[in-house]
Design a protein around this ligand. Structure first.
Ligand code: PLP
Length: 403
């Protein structure tokens, strides 16, 4: 049998999805599983979007242009104008989800063997994308106590080598919920200019900000050619299955290289681009986006209130996105998450994403787990009650770490 490549066979599995077979088995046995492990919102996709897909004037479902349909590009541009960011059509390329935009960004910014600095904990799929691009991620550790904000300049600068090509970060952060302050973005911009690096800002959670304001990497005029932005409609339109995202840069060389990557995969989904066009053309679209954010704001409050009732659980109130990193009163959060799925008695259980997979530094995140507050307020409250009972029962059966 021929061997598969080392880089694919050893790519780390997503901590968000790895334990799903255990959840499926629990469900098969009749258990209700509250899925707080994955950023899959339960909010209906806006009717304005779905109507656009359903009534698309299509006889042949054809390839779209590699960079996206002109009207869908215009829909993205009009969206950015609402954020005060003016772009021309050549500065954006529509991708198959934000995922493909991250992959393109890494491939455009780096050659094999190059390094990219990424604040940890980070979105675990950056591991898979960097493996495919043969890029080494270099982690910049941030901590729960600091709300996962950036450490001082010297600590970041210490990681920069002759092989560093970019700093990649999600803002607002998944899994951290951190929204970078003006001065943090300024610091990253200063470092990018000083060391001639790309800043790859993954802004797929741009709308979801509860504290402070979001500053896009594209709103820093001094960054110009150094900024690459990754975007997606998956979360803001509760349309994860649409697979529509974008890579955006004012650097013509970046966009030329991205277009070459895009040609190889032919085109992004056609019908869903038409859905986006219909959505953005609808007078209610801004209101729909705002209602979505308000829903998450309420959920965040419910979650904080309920988690505060669980002894030993520590967290900082997230400023954005819809995730929270929790410190758990256990030695090994993964063992606890597994136990909740396989051994916790009762008719209901909760699934979290174990924290370790969000870090690159070995050993970090072992007592942490990520919660995605993607369930309605009632289910969230119930899930927290189940989590509380789970932690209490687990204290009695958990193996203790040797002292
Ligand atoms: C930070 C971040 N970036 C990118 C993505 C990819 O999103 P999609 O490919 O659905 O657009 C996600 C999805 O969870 C994410 O959390």
């Amino acid at each position: 049998m021929p061997n598969v490549s080392r880089r694919s066979a050893t790519a780390p599995m997503s901590p968000i999805r790895r334990l799903v077979p255990l959840a499926n088995e629990a469900k098969r046995k009749g258990k209700k599983v509250y899925h707080l492990n994955i950023g899959q919102p339960d909010i209906p996709t806006p009717k304005e979007f779905l109507d656009g897909v359903r009534s698309a004037p299509v006889e042949v479902l054809a390839y779209s242009p590699s960079q996206g349909l002109p009207e869908a590009i215009e829909a993205f541009l009009s969206y950015y104008r609402e954020w005060g960011i003016t772009l021309s059509p050549e500065e954006i390329l529509i991708t198959t989800g934000g995922s493909e935009a991250v992959l393109f960004a890494l491939n455009v910014a780096c050659d094999p063997g190059d390094q990219v600095i990424v604040p940890e904990p980070f979105y675990p799929n950056y591991n898979g994308f960097s493996r495919l691009a043969e890029v080494e991620l270099v982690s910049l550790t941030t901590s729960r106590e600091d709300g996962f904000h950036l450490p001082p300049q010297e600590e970041i600068e210490r990681l920069i080598t002759a092989r560093t090509r970019a700093i990649l970060f999600s803002n607002p952060g998944n899994p951290t919920g951190a929204v970078y302050r003006e001065e943090e973005l300024g610091l990253l911009a200063e470092l990018a200019l000083k060391h001639d690096l790309f800043l790859i800002a993954d802004e797929v959670y741009r709308e979801f900000v509860y504290v402070g304001v979001h500053r896009s990497v594209l709103s820093l005029p001094e960054l110009g050619n150094h900024a690459i932005m990754v975007d997606s409609i998956s979360k803001r339109l509760s349309a994860c299955g649409a697979r529509i995202g974008a890579i955006v840069s004012r650097n013509p060389k970046v966009m030329d290289a991205a277009r070459r990557c895009a040609m190889a995969r032919l085109s992004p989904p056609t019908l869903e681009q038409l859905g986006l066009v219909a959505f953005m053309g609808h007078p209610r679209h801004r209101q729909v986006l705002q209602e979505m954010v308000e829903e998450y704001r309420r959920r965040r409050e419910v979650l904080a209130r309920e988690l505060a009732l669980i002894p030993g659980v520590s967290f900082q109130l997230p400023e954005g996105a819809f995730y929270m990193m929790l410190g758990l009163p256990v030695d090994d959060a993964e063992a606890f998450v597994r136990w909740m799925l396989t051994d916790f008695p009762g008719e209901e259980t909760v699934m979290l994403a174990p924290g370790e997979g969000f870090y690159k530094t070995p050993g970090l995140g072992r007592d942490e787990a990520r919660i995605a507050y993607v369930l309605n307020e009632h289910d969230l409250q119930r899930a927290c009650e189940v989590l509380k009972r789970g932690l209490e029962s687990y204290q009695e059966v958990a193996p203790k770490a040797p002292v």
